[in-house]
Design a protein around this ligand. Structure first.
Ligand code: CA
Length: 554
């Protein structure tokens, strides 16, 4: 049994990258870390004028690329340094969708692919030493502190916008992403893929069979009703085994508690830093009113036995095992877990919503509830300044990011992975509905190309009822703290202080929830501790960044 669970989880980890931000919930919830927070916006003026002045010009062979294939009439080979598929048995360099893009572009691909699992570890020394002759390189993150940009490894793409009609059009239509991609020096260095950012985000899930048994018709969407439901689950023999004491009303890893309950108190504890409607930035974990109320609420759940005594150490394997024994009433996790990890192990799950763990709207408390989404910028590609064929590489990235190719990435090839119906809508073929086949075909090849995730491609991976629930929940998803490049001074300040601040916040949060520390007598001490760790300086950096963000958006 244990072996089977491990296999399920491994399979799920492989698709986590597609359905959700793998590892995003692992930071202890104190958020605002280097992935989302240490970044700064630059003036987009230079980029704007480069977009405005761009016009298709002849390349060195006399050919004019206008955004459609081919990108050259001379042929050639482009060396791509990127990562393997996260499906171990898929050779993404041979995938038909990937080959199709190169074939249309009129160039050959020479792939150097590093292991998906260890990509950051493997590529960082190569980037640090600039020891590569690849023309196009996938960076391991979003270069938040502009390390690679400043090393001169990558070509400022705006200087080649004459060869990038598709990308310049996309940038002018997407001001937020354009602002996020513009470095401190006013140049743009990367072409990104995009995440699904509002769909399939972490959400609350209720055991539908238990709800029916408790006579609960509408899922509780406020804290009071929610607690009533937990009490009912705790006190009754929900799983019909004759024992009223073995039910676990709610089983959630501690990383998800901030996602689950922060919004009901007006807090984005996932990002950590948040701005109010006037643009004032605060650290949610230092909010003396709302964060204190959040901790009081969780302390109440803990005292009543509605939050598991071992909530700080519980992991997914444990939760899955509890679900297999039908012990759990409420869960909170990445959306994909709903039909692919939790519902499917319930003893009575028959493939329908009625017997599943179902996603429900967020909980409201003193504030209206929401779910925290994620930023849309994903895997980024740059052109090596050492490349002997910068023009060709730039044109290829432009073509590979175009809507025409995004269509391949999301649907594959007509007649193979999908068909167009009489009414013009599309559906995946029988083969296309087989995820293993579809992965080998090269769907969503973000490992090697600037591919955008698609909701449609995600829909086919999950149960139909799950896709329907996702469509209902998307309205509750709010943007997290924006992605913006950091100045070196800002990243120095944040790197120096933030980890200690997060650690302190995490440490105290557990102590307040378990009652080891007293919210009435010890909360001031907690705030003083944060202040002594230079929270003011970090908040000042975040405020400056947010001010620039608002300015760049205007
Ligand atoms: Ca029982």
């Amino acid at each position: 049994m244990r072996k089977r669970i491990t296999a399920i989880v491994l399979t799920l980890i492989m698709i986590t990258g597609l359905l959700s931000g793998c590892g995003e919930a692992g930071s202890g919830g104190s958020g605002g870390d280097t992935a989302t927070g240490t970044q700064a916006l630059a003036d987009t003026g230079k980029v704007d004028s480069a977009i405005e002045n761009a016009s298709a010009v002849k390349d060195s062979s006399g050919y004019v690329y206008t955004g459609e294939a081919p990108i050259t009439q001379e042929g050639g080979t482009l060396k791509i340094l990127a990562q393997t598929s996260n499906y171990a048995n898929v050779d993404i360099s041979k995938a038909p969708i990937v080959l199709k893009v190169f074939e249309e572009a009129g160039v050959e691909a020479d792939f150097e692919l590093l292991d998906w699992d260890n990509y950051e570890t493997l590529i960082t020394p190569i980037l640090n030493s600039a020891d590569t002759d690849a023309d196009i390189i996938k960076i391991p993150d979003s270069d938040p502190n502009q390390v690679y940009i400043k090393s001169g490894l990558f070509v400022p793409l705006d200087e080649f916008f004459d060869y990038m009609p598709n990308y310049t059009k996309w940038l002018s239509e997407n001001p937020v992403e354009k602002a996020e991609l513009t470095a401190e020096d006013g140049h743009i260095y990367y072409v990104p893929g995009l995440n699904v950012a509002d769909d399939y985000q972490p959400c609350l899930m209720y055991n539908r069979v238990w709800m029916d048994k408790a006579g609960i018709k509408n899922p509780p969407d406020n804290l009071e009703d929610f607690v009533e439901m937990l009490r009912y689950f705790k006190d009754n023999d929900m799983n019909n085994n004759g024992d009223t004491t073995d039910e676990i009303p709610m089983s959630v890893t501690k990383e998800f508690l901030p996602y689950m309950f922060g919004p009901a108190f007006g807090l984005d504890l996932v990002s950590g830093f948040q701005a109010d409607k006037d643009g004032k930035v605060t650290y949610a974990y230092a909010d003396a009113e709302n964060y204190k109320a959040y901790l009081e609420f969780l302390n109440g759940l803990y005292d009543e036995g509605l939050l598991e005594p071992d909530f700080t150490t519980i992991d997914r394997d444990t939760i899955i095992a509890q679900m297999e024994d039908d012990l759990v009433g409420v869960a909170f996790d990445f959306s994909w877990a709903m039909s692919m990890m939790y519902s499917n192990v319930l003893p009575y799950y028959d493939g329908t919503e009625k017997t599943a763990f179902v996603g429900v709207p967020p909980l409201s408390g003193t504030h209206e509830g929401f779910y925290v989404g994620r930023n849309s910028l994903a895997g980024m590609f740059g052109v090596n300044t050492a490349s002997k064929q910068i023009e060709l590489a730039v044109k290829f990235l432009d073509y590979a990011s175009a809507p025409h190719c995004q269509d391949y990435y999301q649907w594959g090839i007509e007649g193979e992975s999908y068909v167009t119906k009489a009414d013009g809508t599309r559906e995946y073929t029988e083969k296309g509905n087989d995820n293993d086949w579809l992965q080998a075909f090269g769907i969503n090849p973000a490992f090697v190309l600037p591919a955008d995730q698609s909701v449609e491609a995600t829909d086919i991976l999950v149960a139909d009822w799950h896709a329907e629930i996702n469509r209902e929940l998307r309205q509750y998803v709010k943007d997290p703290w924006p992605d913006i490049y950091a100045t070196s001074k800002e990243s120095d300040t944040v790197n120096l202080y933030m980890q200690d601040i997060q650690d302190k916040a995490n440490e105290y949060s557990v102590e307040f929830i378990t009652g080891e520390k007293n919210l009435t007598t010890d909360f001031d001490e907690y705030i003083e501790e944060l202040d002594s760790l230079n929270l003011d300086e970090v908040t000042e950096v975040r405020q400056a960044q947010y001010d620039r963000y608002l300015k760049a958006l205007k």
